[in-house]
Design a protein around this ligand. Structure first.
Ligand code: FES
Length: 151
C-alpha cells in the first residue's frame, strides 16, 4: 500500500508517495529525477547506489524509503550545489572514469570517509573503498583520485 513520506534530499523537502518498503534508490531516480546514484546489483554489494544519510554512506538499493525519511539525504548532485566537491574534482583531475558507472559510489563513499577521517594513509583509503566494485578495473586511477582528494 502506498503512503506519503517527506524526504529531505540535498537540502530540499519532498513529499513522495510509495510503498514503505520501496528502495530509496527507486524513489530518488524515478520520483525525484536524481540519477547520480546508479542501479548496479540491487543487493547492497557493489556500491553504485551509494548516498549519504546524515553524512554517512548508505546503499540506497537496500534502504527502505520509510527508513530513509528519518535522515538528511545527500546524493551526488547535492555534493555539487556550490561547485564540485573536492572529491568530485579529484576524480576529474585524475581522469578516474572509464565507463563511469561505479563513480557515484566511489565519490560518495570517499566523501563520507573523509568527513570522519582527515589525512588518511594509502592503506586506509584502500580499506574505505574496498567494498565498492569497478568492473572496468580502473582501480589505479581511482586510487590516484582518492589520494588527491585526501590531500
Ligand atoms: Fe546498491 Fe549495488 S546497486 S549496492
Amino acid at each position: 500500500m502506498a503512503v506519503s513520506f517527506f524526504l529531505t534530499v540535498n537540502g530540499h523537502r519532498h513529499e513522495v508517495t510509495a510503498a514503505a518498503d520501496t528502495p530509496l534508490l527507486t524513489v530518488l531516480r524515478n520520483d525525484l529525477g536524481l540519477n547520480g546514484p546508479k542501479y548496479g546489483c540491487g543487493l547492497g554489494e557493489c556500491g553504485a547506489c551509494t548516498v549519504l544519510l546524515d553524512g554517512r554512506a548508505a546503499r540506497s538499493c537496500v534502504m527502505r524509503v520509510d527508513t530513509a525519511s528519518r535522515y538528511a539525504i545527500t546524493t551526488l548532485e547535492g555534493l555539487a550545489l556550490d561547485g564540485p566537491d573536492p572529491v568530485q574534482q579529484a576524480f576529474v583531475t585524475a581522469q578516474a572514469a572509464q565507463c563511469g558507472y561505479c563513480l557515484n559510489g566511489m565519490v560518495m563513499t570517499l566523501r563520507a570517509f573523509l568527513n570522519t577521517t582527515p589525512n588518511p594513509d594509502e592503506r586506509a583509503l584502500k580499506e574505505a573503498l574496498r567494498y565498492n566494485l569497478c568492473r572496468c578495473g580502473t582501480h589505479v586511477e581511482i586510487m590516484r583520485a582518492a589520494r588527491i582528494a585526501a590531500g
